[in-house]
Design a protein around this ligand. Structure first.
Ligand code: PRX
Length: 572
């Protein structure tokens, strides 16, 4: 095969001439960066790993991994072999074929990444699950996607209701002393023995790549399906927005259970042949600064809550570390306060660059580029190739400085392909005239900068994680003491929002702090720690519509002491 090595820097990657680039840019030109534009053979894992392993980046470090007990590095050649091995194990012992759903439910470790890319090499659709998910959350996702194979650890296996998941045929366990049977396979044992050669599965650009479950304001989490074609945008935004260059050492702090941790924790850095840092374990300010110092991180992508926590930990710890390697810092997931940008400038000598996008959009859409004049508090401008506007509730474009729905013209390369098993839900995102409606409200100023105002729906963003109130309410009412529950996001200076639950108790239950704590734990153990309400307030009765729907808008008004608005639909 003709191996095309990626050029280190090409074209106007710094977007110094944004307006001109915006006018003339065509996504088609990016296709030339991939081997498939010549060979016709498509697979994202080939472009992210194998092509580098076969070219001049062969011995370049692709992955620096560290946690409390491990400290390892892997070249692109190593990664090619290890992902091939993982692919062979999944195929041989799990029968994985193109289109099968392979779920990965484990803490960050090199093996997670081998398994994920090994599955992609087989043309499977990968579903990464955040390690904090508990049984209910795991079950919903495996059931909806009819996952055939799961890669997990012995410790997390308790949370997988295997006998309730008929589609699940094989479970690979990553750990020591694994007892194998028909269904359970020792992943590491077979990884060690597997062949380094793998026949890659070539796919169509529009074939499924990854499924990320995410929350809306109603219903269970929905599976957002992304396809291999998304690599076009991952690659280009890695250049424009992350500003990745050949010599960079890049660190994205997100877990691959969330879209940032795949699009920008795996795909974007490796598609551009960048050395990627991945750190296991939990957030600790001191450890984070150590990571930057130890690896000489140059480009760092994190989230407002993390920056605010670092800010809260004080600047004294910063002085103990050499952070001068940093040259570009970015943020995503929640509004980035101007105060945090000022702090970043003071302590890192860098302005933090905000980026806006969503699980559904697959990649960056509205951003601050390195060359751009940042207006603190604004998310920036649409990248070339993306048309953004503020539209009213009928889909008409509004003039500058008017608040409305933040919308994107359909057709960017990394757009979700569908909602798994729910095409009507997918269709509901679009106005008939082709605008994708994000669910965020915003306005655009006269210079074309976009300013985030809030969610239009009841979706809660807590510590950068997206939580659907319905999922939490459903879990709350499973508790025997809970008669009714309504959940809202309450503004919080560090976490953006916290989850607050209003609960009406069943007859015969007494209000108490112990009961609050018990209910909190019940949600935590049933869904995930980040979905458990930090505050619970008991009320005799909750505001409902005549059709019985909890009116979260009224709960929010109670909480924030605001006017409750139109109450005509409320029951007496
Ligand atoms: O409300 C917006 C907020 O996060 C939502 C998307 O969440 P999720 O799908 O979990 O993806 C997060 C990471 C890609 C958006 O609808 N959001 C994301 N980025 C920003 C933001 N809010 C304000 N500013 C941002 N930069």
């Amino acid at each position: 095969m003709n191996v095309v090595a990626l050029p280190a820097v090409k074209g106007d990657y710094n977007l110094t001439n944004y307006d001109e680039t915006y006018k003339h840019f065509d996504w088609k030109d990016v296709e030339k960066e991939f081997t498939w534009s010549e060979t016709g053979k498509v697979n994202l894992a080939y472009e992210a790993i194998d092509r580098h392993a076969e070219g001049f980046r062969k011995n370049k470090v692709a992955l620096y991994y560290s946690d409390d007990s491990r400290d390892e590095k892997y070249t692109f050649k190593d990664l090619k072999e290890l992902t091939n091995k993982a692919g062979n194990v999944l195929k041989e012992y799990g029968g994985v074929e193109k289109g099968d759903r392979v779920f990965i439910f484990m803490p960050r470790s090199p093996e997670l990444y081998f398994a994920l890319l090994g599955a992609v090499k087989l043309g499977a659709v990968v579903g990464p699950l955040f390690e904090a998910f508990m049984e209910g959350a795991v079950r919903d996702r495996l059931e909806d996607s009819e996952a055939k194979v799961l890669v997990t650890t012995p410790a997390l296996l308790d949370r997988v209701p295997v006998d309730k998941l008929p589609a699940l045929k094989t479970i690979f366990l990553v750990g020591r002393d694994i007892k194998e049977d028909e269904k359970q396979i020792d992943f590491l044992k077979h990884l060690a023995d597997a062949s380094k050669q793998l026949e890659l599965e070539w796919v169509d650009r529009m074939d499924g790549l990854i499924l990320h479950y995410t929350s809306g304001s109603t219903g269970k989490p929905k599976g957002v399906l992304h396809v291999h074609n998304a690599m076009i945008q991952h690659y280009q935004t890695a250049k424009w927005v992350l500003d990745l260059k050949e010599e960079d050492v890049y660190w994205c702090t997100a877990d691959p259970g969330w879209v940032t941790g795949t699009s920008y924790g795996i795909f974007a850095p490796w598609l551009t042949g960048t050395s990627n840092v991945i750190v296991g374990g939990r957030f600790k300010p001191e450890d984070w600064y150590k990571t930057i110092e130890k690896f000489g991180v140059t480009v760092w992508y994190s989230a407002p809550t993390a920056f605010r926590m670092l800010m809260g930990a004080g600047d004294e710890i910063i002085k103990k570390h050499d952070l001068t390697s940093l040259r570009h810092v970015l943020s995503v997931g929640e509004p980035l306060n101007p105060e945090v940008i000022r702090w970043g400038k003071k302590v890192f000598g860098q302005r933090i660059h905000d980026t806006w996008w969503m699980t559904e959009t697959g990649a960056h859409l509205i951003c601050n580029y390195p060359s751009m004049n940042i207006k603190p508090g604004s998310m920036g401008k649409p990248i070339p190739g993306v048309e953004a506007a503020i539209v009213d509730d009928q889909g008409n474009v509004l003039p500058p400085n008017r608040m409305g729905n933040l919308a994107i013209k359909k057709g960017w390369p990394s757009m979700m392909q569908t909602i798994w098993n729910n095409e009507p839900k997918y269709q509901s995102y679009f106005f008939p005239n082709g605008w994708y409606v994000s669910g965020d409200s915003a306005y655009m100023d006269e210079d074309g900068y976009f300013w985030f105002q809030g969610r239009v729906d009841d979706v809660i963003m807590t510590s950068g994680e997206r939580v659907g109130p319905f999922e939490v309410e459903s879990k709350l009412i499973e508790h025997p003491a809970v008669a009714e529950a309504g959940v809202i996001g309450k503004p919080d200076p560090v976490r953006g929002e916290i989850i607050k639950a209003f609960v009406a108790l069943m007859d015969g239950y007494e209000e108490s702090d112990e009961l609050k704590e018990e209910i909190r734990q019940f949600v935590k153990n049933g869904l995930a720690a980040h979905s458990a309400p930090r505050e619970i307030e008991f009320r005799d009765k909750l505001p409902k519509t005549r059709s019985g729907k909890i009116m979260r808008r009224v709960l929010k008004a109670w909480e924030l002491d605001l006017p409750a608005g139109d109450l005509s639909t409320m029951e007496d």
